[in-house]
Ligand binder design. Sequence first.
Ligand SMILES: [Zn+2]
Length: 164
Amino acid sequence: MLLQPAAIDGLAFARNKAVLTGRLGIESLPRLVQSGCSGSVLDFVMTGEINERGKPGLRLAVDGDVRLQCQRCLGSLELPLHLRTELEFASSEAEIMAADDDIERVVAGREMSVAALVEDEVLLALPMVPKHEQCSAAADSAASEGTSAFQALAALKKRSFSGG
Ligand SMILES: [Zn+2]
């Protein structure tokens, strides 16, 4: 396997329609770790392009499994991730602020961190409040819909104490 570069020169990457394939462990993505993700790897493909608007940018595909904590039962939740997104390069923050469309932009740099680009998109794709689709805690906590994770934790503790 080729050594994965840590950074790309954004504009050159776009113009050359470069393709970068790689794999990142979640432990190497500090903001994902901080948001409660653990344990697996993410495979990505980054493809430089000049988009249909004539702007440089890249397409990003990320596939993997992310492990999160269910905010209802606090159990582990495996979330398959199949992310496809497109980013356009802007020349400045001001240009991004001035744009009033739905296109996702990032300021082009000569050393854009590959991990940070992938991490940004994964963070955006994750649910704000991760929950099991069929949560084991759902049956006995219909009333607790909307309670905080903190309250749920307290309830969980109480239950395990009364059980012993
Ligand atoms: Zn759950």
